[in-house]
Design a protein. Sequence first.
Length: 406
Amino acid sequence: MPELRDCVVLHGPDLAPHRCARFAWEHDTITVLDLGAPCPALEAGARVVIPGLTNGHTHIGDSALPDGATGLTLEEAFFRPAGYKYRELARLSREEHLPHLIAHQHHMARTGTVRHLDFREQGAAGAQLLRDASAQTGVEAIILNQFNTPPFSAAELAANSASLPESARAELAAMIAVADGFSESTMNDLTDAAWREIRVATSTAGKLRAIHCLESTAYRDSSLAMSRRGDLARAIDVYDAHLIVHLTVASAEEIALLACSGKTAAANPRANATLGLPLPPIAALLRAGVNLLLGTDNGMLNAPSLLPELDFAYKLAKSQCADAVSPDPAAILKMATVNIRPLLGGDHHGRLERGLPADFAVLDFHQPHLRHTRHVVASVVTRVSPADVLATYRQGRELWRDPRWT
Ligand SMILES: [Zn+2]
């Protein structure tokens, strides 16, 4: 049975650091977690075991185009039909594209991530490509699939009455067969009748529904022009989305509406910053009690490592809270760990306890910049670099191991 001795484990739903005489797993399950005293600080280093991280929002497809959006607006880079992303992805053959997905999932594993929620473009073929990458790397992709061909013309969207054309219905069925759920760029890309159809089809198949909302004020304005309702309200009432990403420009009323709905949201502060957009109201979302995830968004904008995202999100939330005590660094780390549970359920716990899946990363807190930390969790959130990740496991399978670590 593989094991670690004399380590520190961030234990349970509170991610509380404890000494651990023995941490062992057998097959896919944690079998021994011999917990000792709480260990908020270190005197002379330790190996620190954290839950394997979940990236709450990616588009790994365009990791084939690192920094390709530099100098482009959100619309120029990412909107269909002529956005840079869609033009360039259409040029790549399957054989050219797959190695990029594999390389970036390896980068995730290398930086402590075991799973990502991917808004995969290019229809069912795009979803299958990501499935094939995951089969090689062991990094779990929760695939939220998007139409390859936009089903409606601008005039049909403005009228907001058409139902899905037959061709789109067939594409939806093909996507549901291979993916874990459905996603679209914005609520303004489909009619309300189409959203209702998709809601029924995904519910029947037991699949997830996800959407981008309020990334910029244009999302809300276009939705109001189309249906007299904002995009967040439609995402909740018409589409009944499980996961809503961005909320960059959410108002106090919209944050209250989201909190009341009980939906999970994902913030992507570095991607928003890179595009010159406002930063997401992480402090207000946390204060309102929204179950919040953290994502790196497009591979084109960010390498898919959560380590710098945790650091950025923590400091952003600190600045927004404007006091010395809020938020607790553990609240930020929960965005990449335990907060996945309400959305996915099943084997997805995001925490470490005996009997739960062996999904974890081992961090080298013997490094000079970590070994004397006065606050283990704050240092996990703000100081760990990729070189400090010794190993990453998902369900007991080694996804990454530093050759220096035996
Ligand atoms: Zn996105």
